[in-house]
Design a protein around this ligand. Structure first.
Ligand SMILES: [Zn+2]
Ligand SMILES: [Zn+2]
Length: 184
């Protein structure tokens, strides 16, 4: 999917349905000019791994600075996202907040480092998605010392720390029952 297909280069105005669009035309091309962008946008699809991710539509708080540099616009700052998933050890749902650093250079059209079809209106969405996905924990845990599940019966060990099973093999358990019966 080519993101540029959705907003043609000739688009004269911002697409209000594209919250990640930052219009750099408001920024003077004089190197050093700056503009802050603080806004909350809905999370797009794809900011996720199998076990954890940013719920689609949840708030993504952008706190960015746009700075004109020689080659283009340097966008830097942070994005704060809410993540939800499950603990890889005990499978309980977990939620957390994650702040990721953003730093991307969007080259001006015609500058040596620009793509041939670079647009004045730049999309942060794809880049931000990549940054967030890289920052997601690969092995999320509810607590650092989460003891996980009992390998025998699947019980949550955090709720039952003294949980244990008799070392008895199930085949011997039947025999144990016979012996108990005899003692009665
Ligand atoms: Zn856990
Ligand atoms: Zn158990």
């Amino acid at each position: 999917m080519n993101r540029r297909d959705r907003v043609p280069e000739s688009t004269p105005r911002l697409d209000p349905r594209a919250p990640f669009v930052v219009d750099t035309r408001e920024l003077s091309r004089r190197p050093g000019s700056m503009r802050g962008v603080t806004r909350t946008v809905p999370a797009p699809e794809g900011m996720a791994l199998d076990v954890i991710g940013v719920p689609v539509g949840s708030d993504v708080a952008l706190d960015l600075r746009l700075e004109a540099v020689m080659e283009g616009v340097l966008v830097s700052g942070t994005a704060e996202v809410h993540i939800a998933g499950e603990c890889v050890r005990c499978l309980e749902p977990l939620e957390d907040d994650l702040v990721v650093d953003v730093q991307e250079l969007y080259a001006y059209p015609g500058s040596s480092s620009a793509d041939a079809d670079e647009d004045e209106v730049h999309h942060l969405e794809g880049d931000l998605r990549d940054v967030v996905v890289l920052a997601l924990p690969l092995q999320p845990v509810c607590e650092e010392d989460c003891p996980g599940l009992c390998v025998e019966c699947g019980a949550r060990l955090a709720e039952d720390p003294d949980h244990r099973h008799d070392a008895l093999d199930p085949r011997w358990a039947a025999l144990g029952g016979l012996l108990d019966g005899r003692e009665r």
